[in-house]
Design a protein around this ligand. Structure first.
Ligand code: MG
Length: 173
């Protein structure tokens, strides 16, 4: 059995006139995250962690922010497509540990909803997904409320190398 670990990190700027979506959950707040897609830092960090675990680069390679087809798209799509890529190679997610950095809004009331939604998307029991929330202690871009960040760590496993794996230069995407 193979196991791999992956790490992902993302930060987006907060601004008025944008919806705030974290882990696929819409959160009532006067400001939201700015980005080409829906700027969901949680799903972006988690997607990057999954890509990293299996050596598939990063979310910017797969979904460049210069491509108009990803404008305002729900980031759930990035995660779903990435999970499908992993599944095609025989990988399954074991667990995910997510840390969200936000001075405001307070995430205590929404942590469970985010956790449940991530478990649903990863098709794992809730106990296999953890969501932690940290403030920026009023310092730096997070602490001043200018941005929200997220760090994600995932473990993936597979029983044996899948048929889609190649020896030598990779030709698939
Ligand atoms: Mg991002």
């Amino acid at each position: 059995m193979e196991i791999r670990i992956g790490s992902g990190h993302d930060t987006h700027r907060l601004a008025e006139g944008r919806p705030l979506i974290l882990g696929g959950i819409r959160i009532a707040h006067p400001r939201g995250l700015v980005g080409h897609s829906d700027a969901d830092v949680v799903l972006h960090a988690l997607t990057d962690a999954l890509l990293g675990a299996v050596g598939l680069g990063d979310i910017g390679d797969a979904y460049p922010d210069t491509d108009p087809q990803w404008k305002d798209v729900a980031s759930e799509r990035f995660l779903r497509e990435t999970l499908a890529q992993l599944q095609r190679r025989g990988w399954q997610t074991v667990n995910a540990d997510i840390t969200i950095f936000a001075q405001e809004p307070k995430l205590g009331p929404v942590k469970a909803a985010i956790r449940n939604n991530l478990a649903r998307l990863l098709q794992r029991p809730t106990e296999c997904v953890n969501v932690k929330a940290k403030t920026g202690e009023h310092v730096g871009h997070i602490g001043r409320g200018e941005a929200i960040g997220c760090h994600a760590v995932v473990l993936v496993t597979r029983l044996a190398a899948a048929a889609t794996d190649h020896v030598g230069p990779r030709t698939d995407s």
